[in-house]
Design a protein around this ligand. Structure first.
Ligand code: HSE
Length: 431
């Protein structure tokens, strides 16, 4: 039986899950793959034994060269995270003829094109199932299960931390701050939560999805990113009254030869499939030309789900190591149809939910609607809520489809009026 040697870099939470699964499920994996998967080396800065899994001390090392220079190692799993030294480790591994498995969405988002070109020139592959959606086999679905499809749109809840916070706010009636604190206590949010709550983690994952689905490598700066830190309990409550739910969505839409990519809090109908994706769960809704609409749902993080995704990549690559046929890379570049340009956020139109905190006196609504009218923004519904503070009332307006640029200019104008004390605008999607 063919033996496949694996080197693991990064023995943290996910690494520990991978080691345990390779150990405890070895005979299952051997039966299913027809190969023997051998964890030959583990490299980490800290090589003290993890309590939850026992490994032979002789395979632990602090020196990355023990993996990179080991000619017998066929596959390197990179679970270090971040850009450096993960990028150098992956590049070196490819140059030394090893296939690579990574969960590193930030690195793929920033350096994906460069790394995939290197992997092609080295005739080795990079697999990255765990980079998006944790245990959900989304990458494999896009690359293999849906290989004959063209994609029209992707709507993803791909950040468990933000989804957990929004769910807690809406179900427990607690503020963003309290929900974040609760998430941190329960281990759903990092001590430094910016990457998750400000939408950047979702944007990294959107970049990875766009690479495969649309064959377009984009930069973070090409994507409009807005997080959830300004979402208030009031807006969640008013959304509920309108039959809507607020979710942090990563959105990719292709219209003719234009692609739009954005991440922002979005109001969707509570009937929408994504509306019931609660807690730390992730889901990706795809619109394709052959299958139509489909939804992939599951845990987007966690030790076992993510380790499951990593091991699926190891098995796929082990088959490549074992195969005598020629190396054929998956061709990402420009395989999603021609994309002439990326749409800037100003060129996008959506419906909007807007909430103003306005002075409660005659003529105020007329003034607000007058400014919206001037910018060609058509109102679909208006409701004035109960007074919260003396003389200040929340006014909630839902618009018909409006141009982003027009909305931005209208809000700038409205915010200068003495009658408007605060304004919040949340985009809506009807998918
Ligand atoms: N921090 C991510 C999340 C999990 O909250 O979904 C890993 O991608």
């Amino acid at each position: 039986m063919k033996k496949i040697n694996i080197g693991l870099v990064g023995f943290g939470t996910i690494g520990t899950g991978v080691v345990r699964a390779l150990k405890e499920r070895n005979s299952l994996l051997t039966k299913r793959s027809g190969m023997q998967l051998v964890l030959k080396r583990i490299c980490d800065k800290d090589i003290t034994q993890r309590k939850t899994v026992n490994v032979d001390r002789s395979i632990l090392t602090k020196n990355i060269d023990d993996i990179l220079n080991d000619k017998e190692i066929d596959i390197v799993i990179e679970l270090v995270g971040g850009i450096h030294p993960a990028k150098e480790i992956i590049s070196e591994a490819l140059k030394k003829g090893k296939h690579v498995v990574t969960a590193n969405k930030a690195l793929l988002a920033e350096c994906g094109l460069e790394l995939f070109r290197l992997s092609n020139s080295q005739k080795r592959d990079i697999y990255f199932e765990a980079s998006v959606g944790g245990g959900i086999p989304i990458i494999r679905s896009l690359k293999e299960g849906l290989v004959s499809n063209k994609f029209a749109a992707i709507y993803g809840i791909v950040n468990g931390t933000s989804n957990f916070i929004l769910t807690q706010m809406s179900q427990q009636g607690i503020s963003f701050k309290d929900a974040l604190r609760d998430a941190q206590k329960r281990g759903f949010a990092e001590k430094k939560p910016t990457l998750d709550i400000e939408g950047f983690d979702s944007a990294h994952k959107l970049i990875v999805l766009a690479q495969i689905a649309f064959g377009k490598f984009v930069k973070l700066s090409d994507i409009f990113v807005e997080g959830i830190s300004r979402i208030s309990l009031d807006d969640i409550k008013y959304a509920t009254e309108l039959g809507l739910v607020i979710k942090l969505l990563a959105i990719a839409k292709k219209q003719k030869d234009e692609l739009e990519l954005r991440v922002h809090p979005t109001m969707i109908s509570k009937q929408h499939l994504l509306a019931s994706v609660d807690g730390a769960f992730n889901a990706i809704h795809l619109s394709t030309d052959m299958v139509g609409d489909l939804l992939l749902y599951g845990p987007g993080a966690g030790q076992n789900p993510t380790a499951s995704a990593v091991i699926s990549d190891v098995v796929s690559l082990a088959e490549k190591v074992n195969s005598s046929s020629m190396f054929v890379p998956f061709n990402f570049e420009q395989t999603g149809g021609r994309i002439r340009r990326l749409r800037k956020i100003d060129q996008i139109s959506t419906r909007f939910y807007i909430r103003f905190m306005a002075i409660d006196k005659p003529g105020v609504l007329a003034k607000i609607s007058g400014v919206l009218g001037k910018y060609n923004i058509s109102i679909a519904s208006v409701s004035q809520k109960e007074r919260r503070r003396a003389k200040i009332v929340p006014v909630v307006i839902v618009t018909h489809e409006a141009k982003e640029r027009a909305m931005r200019l209208a809000l700038e104008r409205l915010n200068k009026l003495a009658i408007v004390r605060e304004s919040v605008a949340i985009r809506m999607e009807e998918t």
